[in-house]
Design a protein around this ligand. Structure first.
Ligand code: HEM
Length: 402
């Protein structure tokens, strides 16, 4: 039997901590790892009609692992791979070691670990070409801004591994990578972070490395807007002509965007705020006081110019049609690989039911006229189809094999 956080808990006498007597070690000795509650013991359900890690409140760490299928990995072998990955992901996310786990102790504190599977064009083409959504393929070129590098782009199978503890994320990546090795090769890995869990009150919108409050306009959790935008579900989506490529599935666009810190630093605070159209401190629109105040694009300053500039990111990214939109669930990176030498940027990750209808129009408008483009440079780009979740005993992606 596999130990689970709820299964084997013992009182260690330390308040707020639970001890877990775990799995039998190869030596026969029961291992014991103390795990703090709730941060370490917190689990996100793996099984269900929809995959976790999408509308799950974003965890602190993310590793995006993109794999390319080997030429001999055919439909049957893809099924075998997905079954193995599903089984291991189901265990790890619930704080249980995998069957072949070499470091089972590293699985003890899942800390809201999630593993989200997403499929690139090649995987869908090998399994069920007739099911491939029209938008599944490289984005149109955005020549004004793109500086794309192959080493950050595309991929056949993406595993988005998120969690509040970098150790269990690293462990999951290693275990899942090991399982995948006979079937696929690593194409790229991107690592990102947000503020530590508990550093700010729950529900605080994240900040990117420009210091901006980033994510304000996202659809609220469990709202009709989120149902429509991410899952293409509900009468509102139908009325807007949005439907998902597969029920309870969605899409994921990842853009790796370098942020050019050195030139950004040449701006003063008020100039920086005009580039976005929001205040750095509160995240409020320049026409408001609070983060969630509605922007007033018609407000004019004494100079006669709009208070929120027409070329501000807020103005250019704002949809005129509320039925469109996206859920941005990005992560910061700071790893020395950036073009400006500072290595800082954003792994922009957006979920939406339909890439062509929801993402592409916004990116097209931003590429043409967003003031922020001067200080940002997209170096990677990938589009994936996100399959539904699965029930216990099933595997992620099974609907494609039906
Ligand atoms: C809004 C930053 C790239 C789409 C915002 C906001 C910030 C921000 C600070 C305002 C607060 C909020 O609502 O989140 C950035 C940075 C980027 C970047 C630093 C690059 C490094 C992109 C890209 C897209 C995008 C590539 C899509 C193609 C949006 C949308 C909004 C937004 C849709 C909400 C607009 C609204 O208020 O309706 N971004 N962004 N952003 N951004 Fe970006």
């Amino acid at each position: 039997a596999d130990p689970s956080p709820s299964g084997v808990m013992e009182d260690t006498g330390i308040e707020g901590e639970v001890g877990r007597a775990g799995w039998a070690e190869p030596g026969g000795e029961a291992s014991r790892v103390a795990v703090s509650s709730p941060v370490g013991t917190d689990v996100v359900s793996f099984h269900g009609p929809r995959q976790a890690g999408i509308d799950t409140p974003a965890q602190t760490h993310a590793v995006f692992l993109a794999l390319d299928l080997k030429p001999e990995t055919d439909r049957d072998r893809i099924e075998a791979l997905l079954r193995l990955l599903t089984d291991d992901a189901a265990r790890l996310t619930q704080g249980r070691a995998t069957l072949a786990d070499t470091e089972p102790e590293l699985a003890a504190a899942p800390a809201r670990l999630t593993v989200t599977f997403a499929f690139g064009p090649e995987l869908v083409a090998r399994v069920a070409p007739e099911r491939a959504p029209e938008w599944l393929g490289p984005l149109p070129a955005f020549e004004q801004i793109d500086a794309l590098e192959d080493r950050w782009s595309h991929g056949d199978l993406l595993l988005q591994i998120c969690g509040d503890d970098r150790i269990s994320v690293a462990h999951a990546r290693r275990m899942l990578g090991k399982v995948a090795r006979p079937f696929a090769e690593v194409r790229w890995v991107q690592e990102g972070f947000r503020a530590a869990r508990g550093a700010h009150p729950t529900g605080t919108t994240m900040r990117n490395l420009f210091g901006q409050v980033d994510g304000t306009a996202n659809p609220q959790a469990e709202s009709p807007a989120l149902e429509r935008i991410v899952w293409g579900a509900g009468p509102e989506a139908a009325a807007a002509g949005i439907s998902p490529w597969i029920a309870d599935g969605t899409s994921l666009v990842i853009r790796r965007i370098d942020m050019l810190m050195d030139t950004w630093d040449e701006l003063d605070r008020s100039a920086k705020e005009k580039v976005i159209g929001r205040r750095l401190g509160s995240g409020a629109p320049l026409t408001g006081e609070h983060e969630n105040d509605a922007p007033d694009f018609s407000a004019v300053a004494p100079t006669g110019l709009p208070v929120i500039p027409d070329i501000s990111h807020l103005r250019r990214a704002r949809m005129d049609t509320p039925e469109y939109g996206m859920l941005r669930r990005g992560y910061n990176y700071d790893d020395g690989a950036g073009a400006s030498g500072t290595g800082a940027g954003l792994i922009f990750a957006a979920f939406q039911a339909d890439v062509d209808r929801q993402f592409v129009p916004v990116q097209t408008r931003l590429a043409a006229s967003d003031h922020l483009n001067i200080w940002t440079r997209p170096v990677g780009s990938a589009v994936f189809a996100v399959p539904p979740g699965c029930a216990e005993g099933g595997f992620v992606g099974e609907a494609l094999f039906a």
